[in-house]
Design a protein around this ligand. Structure first.
Ligand SMILES: [Zn+2]
Length: 193
């Protein structure tokens, strides 16, 4: 395992703990002393994906990752979000305990997660995966999303009133403060003049 910072080939383990299905190791590079994390996981029994045309293809995490990454391209998502999503879905798939999983099941899992994460990414993914037959089908999907977005943001739509009120109050108290604490204000503005 080469150091991701300087490429040195040796490191020491500074911490090790069990996580879910594996072991997480905190390592320190013996050359530059940078710290990084490695995971040791059991290679699960192979899992096959049943394609739409009934062909079987071995599950490929990179392929899953590429699809999600494309959908999330240039979206304002925190670093690591895409990898985490792929990890979660991979784990979930193996936990199904089946040797074959229809590609539709995987697609639905991804869409489920993207729907909560980023609507643009969701629509992008859906447009590839669902192959919207026409613009009407796409519009329906977008309308559904917009509908859920509006209802989800309703309770918070009243929030902007609060800061405005506070601003007004602040302005009023500042005006009051000008009268009572004139000496202070003058000292400040006086230095500027
Ligand atoms: Zn290093």
């Amino acid at each position: 395992m080469n150091c991701p910072y300087c490429g040195f080939h040796d490191s020491k383990v500074v911490d090790s703990r069990d996580v879910n299905d594996g072991i997480r190791r905190r390592r320190e590079c013996l050359s530059c002393s940078s710290r990084f994390t490695t995971y040791e996981r059991l290679q699960p029994a192979s899992l096959f994906v049943i394609k739409k045309d009934e062909r079987r293809e071995e599950f490929n995490r990179d392929k899953l990752l590429t699809g999600i990454r494309k959908a999330c391209e240039k979206r304002p998502l925190p670093t690591g979000t895409v990898d985490k999503l792929a990890d979660d879905i991979e784990t979930k798939l193996y936990h199904l305990g089946r040797s074959e999983v229809p590609s539709a099941v995987i697609g639905d899992m991804v869409m489920d997660r993207l729907k909560d994460l980023d609507h643009v990414a969701y629509i992008r993914y859906a447009s590839v995966y669902r192959e919207f037959a026409d613009i009407t089908a796409l519009k329906q999907e977008v309308d559904t999303l917009v509908g859920s977005e509006v209802s989800a943001s309703l309770p918070t739509s009243q929030l902007p009133l609060l800061p405005d009120d506070r601003l007004g109050e602040l302005a009023r108290s500042r005006r009051r403060g000008e009268k009572s604490g004139r000496r202070k204000t003058n000292a400040k503005t006086g230095s500027r003049r």
